[in-house]
Each structure stands twice: as C-alpha cells, then as structure tokens.
Design a protein. Structure first.
Length: 258
C-alpha cells in the first residue's frame, strides 16, 4: 500500500489527468470496477467545474448557446484544475481561454464580455473596506502641497476597471433575461469602472483621462505620474476635480506618502 501522500497524488492525477492514469489505484471494486468508480468521481468533479462556469458566465453562455457553451466549458475543465477549494475562484482564466479557442475566432468580442463577467464576480466577493476616517482625512489634509505628487492612493478593493474595443456593457445589458440581445459592435468601445455598493454592482463609463488615472493609481503609481499619464490621454482632463470627487465618493480609501 503506498503512503497517504502518494495515494492522494495518484488519486488527483486520476481525477484530473488522463483516464488511464488512475487505473493502478487500490480502489475496492464492490460491484463496480475501480476504473468505473473513479470515472463517476471524475465526472462529478468536472460537472461541478462546468456548473461554476455556467453560473459565473451567464451572458457568455447565452451568446454561445447551450450546446456550444457546454462543449467549450468541457474543454476548459479538462485543461484547468482548480487551485482553490472555493468554486467562486474557478474560471479566472476563462476569458483568456476563450480568446485563444480555435473554434471561436469569429467572436472577437466574446473574451471581453467574459472579462466583464469575471470582474463582476471578483467585485461581488471582494472584501469590504472602510473609507478614510477622520484621522486619515486630517493626515491627508496635512500633506504639504509640494508632496501631493508623491502620494500613492488605494482604490476600494470592491472596484475594478475594464477597457474594451467593444461595447461590452451594452452587450451584457442586452443579453439579460427578457432582452433581445441586439447590439451593433460598431457602437464603440468601453472604459468602465465596476464597483460594488452594498449588495449591488454598479457600472460607470469613464473618459480616457479618468480611466487612465485610476488604472495608474491601481497599479501603484504616485499621483504625479498617474496625472501625467491621464493628461497625455486627455489634455483637458481636470486632475484636481477627479481626485476630489473620488475621495468624496469613497472610491479612494487610503494613501501612502512615498
């Protein structure tokens, strides 16, 4: 009898690898062959993965149709093992997988729709974070004016940014239950802020300047560098107004002085 660790490794390989990998496992038959018992378990695990994908990507599922989505989800589950015990984490690589899938080359917008749905999943399950308290507001107000550019501002963890060449929000909205799904792909792209307020997920279309600013801040850029990037994208962008508004509405929840 192999050691427990080796037995667990071989069992996992039998569930997630090729079917023949698990044939040598010491599984008691009991009316069914060892291979058949392992196959039942394997089918159940992969069905759970495909169900998690269907729950997370309902609009992608509608766009592809049931049969096509089932086939694509099966392909994904065979090549992507969950690295987490939480099924909410499964499917993070699905947008990239869709973009590279050889059978979906004519649906160039599909991966970005999937990106939107995954970011909604992340936003919904993100941790709650309090905004600036009185002491932090006072500390921010006390920063010398010549040091403002060195500030690094933190975004609410329940917020994400998405830029797409396609009208992904309109595609998502048009494919909700009861809607007809009609969208013209030449309507223009989106720069979106996706955030959770309470239990609700909200979308906000951003101009080029503000999107660039927030993306730079989210990546850890100090305010001066982030502002410069925003002004390159949108020369008439009002940096002071945008920062004040985002501090007031709770999107910016913390700061650090470099």
């Amino acid at each position: 009898m192999p050691a427990l660790r080796e037995l667990q490794r071989r069992f996992a390989a039998g569930v997630f690898g090729a079917e023949e990998v698990g044939t040598g496992l010491p599984i008691r038959a009991g009316g069914l062959s060892a291979a058949r018992r392992l196959q039942i378990y394997r089918n159940g695990v992969h069905a759970s993965f495909r169900g998690a994908l269907a729950d997370c990507y309902p609009v992608v599922r509608r766009l592809l149709g049931e049969d096509c989505f089932r086939a694509v989800a099966r392909d994904y589950s065979r090549g992507h093992v969950s690295a987490s015990g939480n099924l909410h984490d499964y499917g993070a690589a699905f947008p990239v997988f869709l973009a590279a899938h050889p059978a979906l080359g004519g649906l160039s917008y599909l991966a970005d729709v999937a990106r939107l749905e995954w970011l909604m999943q992340e936003v919904y399950h993100a941790a709650n974070a309090p905004g600036l308290d009185r002491a932090e507001i006072a500390a921010l107000a006390a920063v010398p004016a010549d040091r403002y550019g060195d500030l690094r501002l933190r975004l609410d963890p329940a917020a994400r940014l998405l830029r797409s060449d396609f009208p992904v929000l309109r595609i998502w909205q048009a494919n909700q239950p009861g809607r007809d799904g009609a969208v013209h792909l030449d309507e223009g792209g989106d720069g979106l802020l996706i955030r959770r307020r309470g239990e609700d997920i909200e979308f906000e279309a951003l101009g080029d300047g503000e999107f660039t600013l927030l993306a730079a801040l989210a990546s850890g850029c100090p305010v001066l560098d982030a502002g410069r990037r925003a002004l390159v994208r949108q020369p008439d962008f009002n940096l002071t107004e945008a920062l004040g508004r985002r501090l007031a509405d709770g999107l910016l929840i913390g700061f650090q002085l470099s």
